[in-house]
Design a protein around this ligand. Structure first.
Ligand code: UD1
Ligand code: PEP
Length: 436
């Protein structure tokens, strides 16, 4: 288990370039399975989950060529479906969430696929019903082995387009269903589709490959099936969750940071949410400059009542940034209610922040009230363990701002989603030592 030793009272300064988006990369990489032609992908983040998925693609027979630090070429012209029955596949695929999106493309191209219960953050129940209900609507048969937690799907007579209204706008579920539908017979309509930038990017990539998709960016997608897809080139967007994390980090540590090439047009409501915490930011072209701020004051609602920041399906506020909002609020002036509606176990990490001296009341598993310290007292460094990616980075931000030294264990969780985070923050003046 790797750890970070962090010296507190860090004041960072400089420019940082966000990595390519993790959750987009996981979708895009699975989409290379849709064609036997070559797909070139740029801005692939060098993070654990993405590297594990590339490894899985390689194992299943995709030819993988590394072109540079963040660029790869993939050719899926020799897929070995027998690999899906191997113990190695079951073990590897179960270690990340993104592997579940291999199902849709494999089903579309080869008529069958299987997957163990995927991994990912342990942040509450993470059901896959939307994925399989969607595949079933397209004509696939679905089996779940309760003993081994293994899912299998098969479409003996191919997939046929249909209308479906998704029970919930699942991000990976929508991606999976779209990838299955692009080569189905006839027209598929997906209502209540997720429409995060990740999904939009996936759809645009598939359109370049020859798919026929309308309604991109909305929750109503229509897809006219095509016979086959061809190769393409794709570049990932900057990771909006990393960008939000850097905004929160700058405010908490009173640092002056410029986030370069942030694709501000793709960030939705994210900058506004951090502005509601009182964080000043300037937009210079496509860069976000966060000046060093002695204090920041949380807005109230118009009637003066306490602000709530809650997650919602896109274009609402992403649940992946609520832990960052929460930690950032600990040094603000004012009070905020953080309401994590989607996941029921994502706020438990606040006990570590409370140990550090933060004033937080965990009202229930979904809601925490943060009473900002307004820098009257600093947090204090402690030893802690990172439970999930976003909590991990929130604890890192807390540790950078705290008095004294902190140690965060299980930083593999952070490495799942943040590329070389220690090196990149040290380049801005942080003091983070990686201990294996
Ligand atoms: C690899 C990947 O891309 N992971 C992201 C993806 O996970 P993932 O695709 O697994 O998450 P889903 O969108 O399926 O669902 C997330 C949670 O929200 C609940 N839910 C979802 C939609 C809805 O309308 N109502 C509702 O209650 C689900 O029951 C589930 O508990 O999307 C999540 C939600 O943005 C993000 O936290 C994850 O980082
Ligand atoms: C929850 C997350 O990831 P995953 O779905 O891969 O566990 C996340 O990126 O915050």
């Amino acid at each position: 288990m790797g750890s970070f030793r962090i010296q507190g009272n860090a004041k960072l300064k400089g420019e940082i370039i966000p990595q390519g988006a993790k959750n987009e990369a996981l979708q895009i990489l699975c989409a290379v399975l849709l064609t036997e032609e070559t797909v070139t992908i740029h801005k692939i983040p060098n993070i654990r989950d993405v590297m594990k998925l590339i490894d899985l693609l390689d194992d299943i027979g995709v030819e993988v060529e590394k072109l540079g630090d963040e660029s790869y070429r993939f050719t899926a012209n020799n897929i070995d479906l027998k690999y899906l029955d191997s113990d190695e596949y079951k073990k590897k695929a179960a270690s990340l969430r993104g592997s579940v999106m291999m199902l849709g493309p494999l089903l579309a191209r080869f008529g069958k696929a299987s997957i163990p219960k995927p991994g990912g953050d342990k942040i509450g129940r993470r059901r896959l019903d939307t994925h399989f209900l969607g595949f079933k609507k397209l004509g696939a048969e679905f089996k779940y082995d309760n003993k081994t937690s293994h899912f299998s799907i098969e479409a003996k007579n191919g997939l046929t387009g249909t209308y479906m209204l998704l029970e919930e706008a699942s991000v990976t579920g929508t991606a999976n269903i779209i990838m299955a539908a692009v080569m189905a017979k006839g027209k598929t309509t997906i209502y209540n589709a997720a429409c995060e930038p990740y999904i939009q990017q996936l759809c645009r990539m598939m359109v370049r490959m020859g798919a026929n998709i309308h309604g991109i960016g909305s929750n109503l997608l229509t897809i006219e099936g095509v016979e086959r897809l061809s190769g393409t080139t794709h570049t990932m967007l900057p990771d909006m969750i990393e960008i939000g994390s850097f905004i929160g980090m700058a405010a908490m540590t009173q640092s002056e940071i410029t986030i370069k090439d942030a694709r501000i047009d793709q960030l939705g409501i994210i900058p506004e949410m951090f502005q509601k915490l009182g964080i000043k930011m300037e937009f210079h072209g496509d860069d976000i400059h966060i000046p060093a701020q002695d204090s920041y004051t949380i807005d109230t609602f118009i009637d003066g009542s306490i602000l709530t920041v809650a997650d919602a399906v896109w274009p609402g506020f992403t649940p992946d940034l609520l832990s960052i909002v929460l930690v950032t609020a600990t040094q603000a002036q004012g009070t905020v209610l953080v309401h994590q509606k989607m996941f029921e176990s994502r706020l438990f990490f606040v006990d570590k922040l409370i140990d550090m001296g933060a004033q937080i009341i965990l009202c229930d598993p979904h809601r925490a009230t943060v009473i900002g310290l307004d820098r009257k007292v600093n947090l204090r460094g402690i030893q802690m363990t990172s439970p999930d990616i976003r909590a991990g980075v929130s604890l890192l931000i807390a540790a950078l701002s705290a008095d004294g030294e902190s140690v965060i264990h299980n930083v593999e969780q952070i490495d799942r989603g943040y590329q070389y985070i220690d090196k990149r923050l040290n380049a801005l003046g942080a003091n983070i030592e990686r201990m294996d």
